[in-house]
Design a protein around this ligand. Sequence first.
Ligand code: ZN
Length: 263
Amino acid sequence: MPTFRILGFPVRVRIGFLVFLAVVIVWNPSVGWRFGLAVTVFSLIHELGHAVAARRLGAEPEIALDFLAGTTRYTPPRPITPLERAGVALAGPFIEILIGLAALGVLRVNPLDVPAVFDHTEAAVIWIAGPIFGLLNLLPIYPLDGGHVLAGALEELWPSRGRDFAEFLSTGFTIGFGVLALAVDSIRWLAPFALLLVALQAWLRWGHLIRPVRRRRVAVDGSESGGGSEAETAVQLADESVDRDPDLIGGVAVADRHSTVVE
Ligand SMILES: [Zn+2]
């Protein structure tokens, strides 16, 4: 699939993203192409926000656009603090909302006046793809950016258990939101998204569980190949490679795919 560079960052467009655009356009042909364009532009802006913030930490981020979600992969050259990681997560939606509001300002549309926004097709697609998707990404729910911000803040306060607590809270919020969506007619269509998010969160938990297995396997290989200090070195190398795994954050439309690949 095509790869190009923006601001020096490699951007890969995956087939899933083209399928996503096709679905958007076919779904509502009259505004579909405009919405598709807005989603493409704001997804890129969102990911560039993450990428610029990660580059400030010394990383060389890579961007990919995929079905429903863009991703920014970065590997910091040094251990970064939970707050630095939260800052990178925050930068994407922040710039997406800011540029969306600026574009609505140019069109002279008040983003708080919803009927006026929907009077104007360009304003409506910018409003949804910019500020609204940006705000949705800030919900304190994994794997959205807001979940990573919550985890960063809690890890800063409680280094050993902060991340677990953030995952627990995030699943609680998602289930709460799903129940609310089922109860309220106007937002019932969001209930399947809540279910999808809970499934993703469970998968992210499972990813955590396989880490020690990977470490043990390398340790066993090490002891078979000589034991003693070689086994210790193997455990050390395995630990290092697991810890060095690239951090992955991203966003767009509804779902970010952060820690899906952080593991
Ligand atoms: Zn994001």
